[in-house]
Structure formats: C-alpha cells, structure tokens
Ligand binder design. Structure first.
Ligand SMILES: [Fe+2]
Ligand SMILES: [Fe+2]
Length: 453
C-alpha cells in the first residue's frame, strides 16, 4: 500500500474510532453500568482498533483548541460529530490520547468511566491513576488546569510543570484563534500567567532558569514565553506598577501572535513560526487584528504587539505616517523589543552565550533601542541572568541566583558541583563580589557560562 493510501486508510479508521468512542460515551448517559449495550459498543470499538492495529502499533490524537488533530491534520469534520468526547476530554485536561495495540474492552470501559467522573485524578498523577485502574494500553498527556490559589514553590519540578502548562495553554489558544468553531479564550493563559508572575515576583529562580532550556529555532510558543519572562525580570527593576508588569508579561506572551501561518503549522508538538516574508513583515499589524476582538487582552498589550519592531530612532516597522509627528515608542514596547532580541540571540541562529548578548544589544543602543531602557535592562538581567550555569575559576560549577546590580560580572551563585565534578549537597551560595580577607583577592570569578550543569 502506498504511503498516501495508508494515511487515507488510517484517517478513515480514526474517524470510525472517534465516532465509536463517542457512541460508547453517550451510551453511558443512557444505560446503567453493566448493561449489555455498553459491552457491545465497547467491543465494537475494540474491533475497529484491532483493524487499525493490523498495520500500526499505536494510535494517537492531540486535542487542541477544540479540535482533534491526527497525524498533524485537524479532523474538522469529525471534531463536530464527536463533540461530547472532545468536551469530556478537555474538561479533564486531556491534551493527547494514545492507545496501544492490545487494548481490551475492559480497559476501554475503565477509561470511559474516567471520562464521566468529575475529578478522576483528584489532583494526583493521572498516569498512576490509569495504572491503578488496570488501564495499561491507554496513555494520556494532560494540561494542568491551574487553580488561582495555587501554592508557590521554588521547586524545580514545579517550575518545569508550570512552564509546560503555559506551553500547552498558549499553544491551545493560538490554534483556537484559527478554528472557526471555537471561541478563543485567554482565561487559562491568564491563570497560569498569574502563577508565573507570583513566582517571578518572589525571585524564584527555578522558573527563570527554564529560559536556558534549548528550544527549536522556530518554536513560536517557547520564544513567546521566554520573552515574557525576560521582559518581566527587567521590568521589575524599572519601577513599573503591578498592572504595567502584568500587561508587559501578557504582551510578551502575545507579541508574535501574528507570526503564524493560517492555519498554524503545528508539527512535532510545536507551532512553527511562518517562513512567509510577507507574514513576517506584517506580523505586528496582523497581531493587532487578531487580538483586538478579544475582550480580555489589555489595551497596553495591543500597543506592544503593534510597536515591538519599531526602533527608537524611527527605524523598523510598521512605518508611522508623517502625520503622527515625533515618534515615541511605548515604554513597554521598548522593553519587549529588547527582551525579544535577547531571547532570539540566546536561542535563534546566533545561539549566543548569555555573556555575549549585552555587547550585541549595546551595538543597537540609540538606534533600535532607547539607551536608558537598555541600560536598565542590562543592569537587571546582568551578564549572567539568574538560572545561568557557570564554570568558576576554581573549576566548580554553579548556577546564578542573583545578578549583581553594581558589577554584572560578579553575581551570587549557588554551587552545584565541586572541582572534581561531584555534586555539592548543601545549599552553598557564594557572592562572587566577596574577597578573601587575607589576600584581598576575589574568592572566585566566572570563567564562562556552560549550557547545563
Ligand atoms: Fe515580532
Ligand atoms: Fe518575537
């Protein structure tokens, strides 16, 4: 069978599977547990799966922005038909569902039970809960539906979770913008943004350190989250009000919303930045068009989306009309412009080390960037922003926890490994600005930043 014929066959079987799944779910609301009809519809579903598994080992769908995606193709037609299944999965935070060869009717029944319970995970681990119920051939990925009163923690695991939750939420939001049947909502993005802001406000460097995790060069959502975090870190030290800081963070998340293809190119779990030069050039204006109709986007964030590629000296785009007279770029747009450039230098084609970036930005002072804003930015972020892994002159490895405002080369660091590469147990911090009392020399200095510990 040719590749196209095989894909067509898998698509049509997937539509059958989804319809049968929906029927099983609907039967749960019509018949009591144990009724023969339930068993018959579950077995019918397993039959279709077995048909599919004749040529495949597993079946996976992604659930995004009110749409089911199979093999990177949104199933527009079937998504409408299987709305109850989609809704049940979304309400339980399920963002992808994989079923492996060997699945049984009992496992299907147990999983359908989960889809009818209010809180099947009770805050615990969903995959563990699946195993507890003897479901071995169905695997889920979940978006953490954030609670607004979430406890803040400095734990690295939590930072990873919250970052991943934002990634899911923003991806879903971006995809939903182009789905005619969904009504895009920023609620989940707002909730997770509030959690991230609380963590950043309290200097929890575990979240900031996520910045240093490598991302694909055209990963739009990763770039947006990182830009928001960097901008927030800088804005925090510039005397901005809490409202301005929240607007700045959201503006960072949304600044490149106009940079997607229509529909968005969603492959390998990420939304890819468009490569169409016209889209790239028009993305600020397109972004404004997309966001203007949404009630929960702050006006300040829309201004940032529009102006984040306008230079301080009048360069950049979109070009203002002559009638607008002396041009002044909004302060928040200026901060996002710098954070955007910083993030691209770190993860884009330059792939620069953190300490290489401030000189690259300074070259554009007075041109692209307003010099005083840039000076504040560099003081706040430092040569080695929090979360950067560094090798010291003592050969020890450490992580930057606090930049030094008066000497950006001498941050406070937490030791991770000794000179022999052995992990350091205690919570040992060194202020690199401290000197040895006897010799008057610095205790240690940064030799270079390193990709990871
Ligand atoms: Fe942009
Ligand atoms: Fe950007």
């Amino acid at each position: 069978m040719s590749e196209t014929a095989a894909l067509r066959r898998n698509m049509s079987l997937t539509e059958e599977i989804l319809k049968a799944f929906s029927l099983c779910l609907r039967n749960r609301s019509l018949y009591p547990e144990g009724h023969t009809i339930l068993r018959v519809s579950d077995e019918r579903l397993v039959e279709i799966y077995n048909d599919y598994f004749q040529s495949q080992e597993s079946w996976t769908i992604v659930i995004l922005g009110g749409e089911i995606v199979f093999e990177k193709v949104p199933l527009n037609r079937v998504s409408l038909l299987v709305r109850p299944l989609l809704k049940a999965a979304e309400e339980r935070g399920i963002s992808s569902l994989s079923v492996r060869k060997g699945v049984t009717a009992d496992e299907i029944a147990a999983f359908l039970h989960i889809l009818t319970e209010d809180d099947p995970w009770e805050g615990g681990n969903h995959n563990q809960e699946m195993l507890n119920r003897d479901i071995h051939h169905i695997l889920l990925q979940r978006v953490d539906i954030a609670e607004s009163n979430y406890d803040i923690s400095t734990d690295t695991e939590d930072a990873r979770d919250i970052y991943a939750s934002m990634r899911h939420a923003l991806t879903r939001f971006f995809v939903s913008l182009f789905n005619p049947r969904s009504s895009p909502s920023l609620d989940l993005v707002h909730q997770i943004a509030n959690r991230m802001i609380r963590s950043l406000q309290d200097d929890h460097f575990a979240l900031i350190s996520r910045l240093h995790t490598r991302r694909a060069p055209d990963d739009l959502v990763g770039h947006s989250i990182n830009t928001a975090i960097i901008a927030y870190e800088a804005g925090k030290t510039m005397g901005l009000t809490p409202t301005q800081l929240t607007d700045l963070f959201l503006a960072g998340l949304l600044h490149d919303v106009g940079k997607m293809d229509i529909p968005p190119r969603f492959e390998d779990g990420i939304i890819h930045t468009s490569t169409d030069p016209r889209i790239l050039h028009e993305h600020p204006l397109r972004g404004v068009g997309i966001l203007q109709s949404l009630p929960t986007v702050p006006a300040a964030a829309i201004v940032v989306v529009y102006e984040h590629h306008r230079g301080w000296d009048g360069s950049g785009y979109p070009t203002p009309s002559r009638a607008s007279g002396e041009r002044r770029v909004n302060l928040l747009a200026n901060i996002i412009a710098i954070a955007n450039a910083y993030e691209r230098y770190l993860h884009g084609t330059e792939n620069a080390k953190p300490e290489e970036i401030p000189p690259m930005l300074i070259r554009k002072a007075g041109e692209e960037f307003e010099p005083r804003v840039l000076a504040h930015f560099i003081t706040a972020v430092g040569m080695y922003p929090p979360g950067t892994f560094v090798k010291l002159t003592t050969n020890e490895t450490a992580m930057v926890v606090d930049p030094n405002r008066s000497d950006p080369f001498r941050p406070v660091v937490q030791l991770l490994r000794d000179a022999d590469g052995e992990p350091v147990d205690e919570d040992t911090q060194i202020n690199l600005a401290d000197r040895d009392i006897d010799t008057g020399h610095y205790i240690a200095s940064v030799r270079t930043s390193v990709p990871s510990a």
